[in-house]
Design a protein around this ligand. Sequence first.
Ligand SMILES: [Zn+2]
Length: 451
Amino acid sequence: MVLVVAANAAARAQSKPEAIEPMPADARIAAALQQVSAEHIRANIEKLVSFGTRATLSAQDPGSIVAGRGIGAAREWIKTEFERYSRDCGGCLEVKTDRFTEQPADRIPQPTEITNVYAVLKGSDAENAKHIVLVTGHYDSRNSEALDAKTDAPGANDDGSGTAVSLECARVLSKMKFPATIIFLAVAGEEQGLNGSRHFAKMAKDQGWNIEAVLNNDIVGGDKSAEQDHRVVRVFSEGLPAAAAEQDIRRIRGLGGESDSGSRQLARYVAEVGRTYDAGVKPMLIFRLDRYLRGGDHYSFNQQGFSAVRFTEFREDFHHQHQNVRTENGIEYGDLAKFVDFEYVARVARLNAATLATLASAPPPPANVHLLTKDLENDSTLSWEAPPGGLAMGYEVVWRGTTSSEWEHVQKIGSGTRVTLPVSKDNVIFAVRAVDAEGHRSLPVVPVPER
Ligand SMILES: [Zn+2]
């Protein structure tokens, strides 16, 4: 492909646009996915269940930590586990806590200390380390009563499974180096009202962290009910961004951008990664924030303007969530480890690890992506700026029909930052992404119209 880029004029694309192909697989990432272990995941979920209850309101005094019952003991164990992975990689993980006191609210009867635990795998060069990808699950649990701090609440699936995904991604990916930073997070307070994730996301926003993707795993246990589909994991993403200002909403309404939030680009990216690496489970994109009547920690990040999606098994068994452990009329209730398919959790962990590793290897997305709309014309001219960090070797303009769910066409661009395509902007949705020397793609950015 030959592109002639004049100083200020837009180059006309010389090659023909192509149908989009999966990203090339990175042998290093493929090898890492082989390390994800259902056996480790089983051991971690069973350990989390062994704390009896991990209700946010349950015990966290030194005595109960020693006795191994309650959320305090669970928190200390998660921290120790991250620290063990860090020792195995020569101290590559920084293990931290985000601790605060939540004041009384709906499901918080008295001031309650809430602690998020996380491990940071810092990016290998200063500039690229500023861009961050994050995986999270909630380690708190509940039974039939949201305020019950005493009775068992095993929380094997909800959300021992998501916590185990965070831990296993940390164990496996900490053996590698990436230009960008990866954060492995386990939050508390989810069942009381997303308290832990809300505090963490706000801290990230206040401190100016450049979190580019959040993968929230909540109920990824692949409950062994007859109607379960173990080949599929749902990926939920918001349409209209929770953090959109009035002027953003006006633009979205005017241009038909309802399905192009950052979170939705992230969901499409997960689908693309799922085609490049066979994790054993296929992402099923659900274009809505969450399930009916339910919420999750990804929303806390959405509210602060971060792109975040939720992974959840294909079909939930509500006898095995938010239930006291009991048998009634021959039905077993309770979120027990025996209902979890550990192989399935491992497959979901592989899809998460592949997404994190690909994004952490890729350049940051291009900046200031614009679509020229000064004149009425049938061609489309896009311009952008190189992202910092020096990884971007080239760019791709991708597009799709306005009724299509995923990107369909790609025009490869060299290192230029402006191009004119013989495709009418009125008929399609465009985005631009950066590509490094090995073919890792950044998240795509939908252009802002420029007059
Ligand atoms: Zn949950």
